[in-house]
Write a protein that binds this ligand. Structure first.
Ligand code: UDX
Length: 474
């Protein structure tokens, strides 16, 4: 089928590339002229595992082109809208880019088109799109509108697109529903050449769930808000573990064994970031508010997340006593591993707080350095984790990139000024790191406490630790 994808961000690029990979012909458009020209010249504007390889292959096969928005709109039988919906100051999603696309489609497209909203949008956006398409339509355009929310995670977006758990479509039109089934048939039947696996681990196709448009739109916001709630929940449990002397890893494990709860998204840490959870949560709260529903539960989820950095900085202050003038290494800048995205990344708020406290910050990330540098040029960016640790009074682990799991601790021990690791993602085994001669502090774990202190805590649950570092010599 001839498919157009409007917007070449994470979602649009992955969608266009994967639709071409499963056999369709795709035009992907981008309004930003510099980004469009990069893509036309084979330069990736972002880092996403497997995406560059897929794009190269489908372009070589002549199934994907990067064109202007006008050309893409005029070409496709179905048009996927994948433009940004950033947050406004009041938390609402800014839908002006979607409105702009609707206007352009109304002016340029003729005949029948299926318009698919894939960007994350508030409920009832489909109804607005329908209305505006009819207002702006000048060429006798006939159309259906469908919602097809994406559940792609950055870092695994190609895999998530090709091997999803579910495909959700929301439309009131049988024709639109049939077209979407046709578009996704290779994925539902798992019949395509997989660019990632020689033998795909998930052989069973996804559930294809068809709903009305409003429900599909709500599924996306409700899913992301629920996952954010799980993270804030376990972060509060971690606080409680620190206060009473318990181990959040064990608590999460015990909870997750109940299939009704599940073990994923129960990793405590410095909080959730990225361009989806924080903004989708805000937007969902606003949608509820405007619809007269008091979803204050989600305001708490947001508040807990906003407090994570301050709690983490408190740990730093507690360990270093005086932060001013100290050299602090920050390992990991991206909001999660395997991406170069630093939007709403915990690392950025953390580094701002450390700089405000007078620390000299030396940061390292395998992919996100340039994007972080554009936001915080006053940080010293290093080319590897050892360089960042040079002369450091503390190493703070903020993003759990795999390479941090394979460090030469002997080398690090001689590079640092003070052997202190504060782990914001509970990546390390406390005994391992302590055994290398480092003081180790993590999040909500009993074994990050000095043994004697942990025993006292079990006896007195109201006791709050003043210093939860473990000091062990090599
Ligand atoms: C999310 C949704 O997972 C995806 O379905 C949707 O389409 C877009 O938003 P993404 O933002 O790429 O995807 O990242 P995700 O893996 O969900 O992680 C979000 C944030 O939560 C990250 O900052 C991550 O570090 C944090 N997180 C995740 C935790 O702090 N603890 C966890 O247990 C899981």
């Amino acid at each position: 089928m001839k498919l157009s994808v409007i917007g070449a961000g994470y979602v649009g690029l992955t969608t266009a590339a994967c639709l071409a990979q499963i056999g369709h012909d795709a035009f992907c458009s981008e309004n930003d002229a510099e980004k469009l020209s990069k893509l036309q010249n084979g330069v990736m504007p972002l880092f996403e595992p497997h995406l560059e390889g897929v794009i190269k292959a489908v372009r070589r096969a002549g199934r994907l082109c990067f064109r202007s928005t006008e050309e893409a709109i005029a070409w496709g039988d179905a048009i996927f809208i994948c433009v940004g919906t950033p947050p406004l100051a009041n938390g609402d999603a800014d839908l002006s880019a979607i409105e702009g696309v609707a206007r352009a489609i109304g002016k340029r497209a003729a005949g029948y088109r299926l318009i698919i909203e894939k960007s994350t949008v508030p409920v009832q956006t489909g109804a607005q799109l329908r209305k505006h398409l009819s207002v702006h339509s000048t060429n006798g355009l006939r159309y259906d509108v469908a919602s097809n929310p994406e559940f792609l995670r950055e870092g695994t977006s190609v895999e998530d697109f090709l091997h999803p758990d579910r495909i959700v479509i929301g439309t009131d039109s049988p024709r639109a529903s049939d077209l979407l089934r046709e578009i996704y048939e290779p994925i539902v039947k798992q019949k395509f050449t997989c660019p990632i696996h020689s033998s795909c681990p998930k052989r069973q196709g996804p559930i294809f769930l068809a709903t009305d448009t409003n429900s599909a739109e709500l599924i996306k916001h409700a899913s992301n808000s629920f996952l954010a709630m799980k993270i804030s929940f376990i972060n509060m449990v971690a606080n409680l573990c620190e206060a009473v002397g318990a181990d959040v890893t064990k608590v999460a494990q015990g909870m997750g064994l109940d299939p009704r709860i599940g073990s994923s998204f129960l990793n405590p840490g410095v909080g959730f970031g990225g361009f989806c959870f924080p903004k989708d949560l805000q937007a969902f709260i606003r949608i509820a508010e405007k619809s007269g529903c008091d979803f204050s539960l989600l305001r708490e989820v947001e508040k807990i997340n906003q407090g994570r950095i301050e709690l983490f900085v408190e740990k730093v202050r507690r360990e270093l006593w005086i932060v001013r003038g100290k050299r602090i290494a920050v390992w990991g800048l991206a909001f999660k591993p395997n991406t170069d995205d630093v939007r709403f990344a915990p690392s950025i708020s953390l580094m701002k707080a450390l700089l405000a406290d007078g620390a000299a910050v030396r940061a390292y990330d395998p992919e996100a350095t340039e994007k972080a540098r554009a936001i915080l040029p006053e940080v010293t960016y290093c080319s590897d984790p050892y360089q960042a640790a040079e002369g450091a009074d503390a190493i703070l682990l903020v993003t759990e990139w795999d390479e941090f799991r394979h460090m030469d601790w002997k080398r690090l021990r001689s590079a640092v000024e003070q052997p202190l690791v504060i782990d914001g993602r509970n990546v390390f085994n406390p005994e391992d790191i302590s055994g290398k001669g480092f003081r180790y502090v993590s999040i909500g774990r009993l074994d990050a406490l000095p043994r004697q202190l942990s025993e006292e805590k079990v006896e007195s649950s109201s006791f709050r630790a003043g210093n939860n570092a473990q000091e062990v010599t090599a």
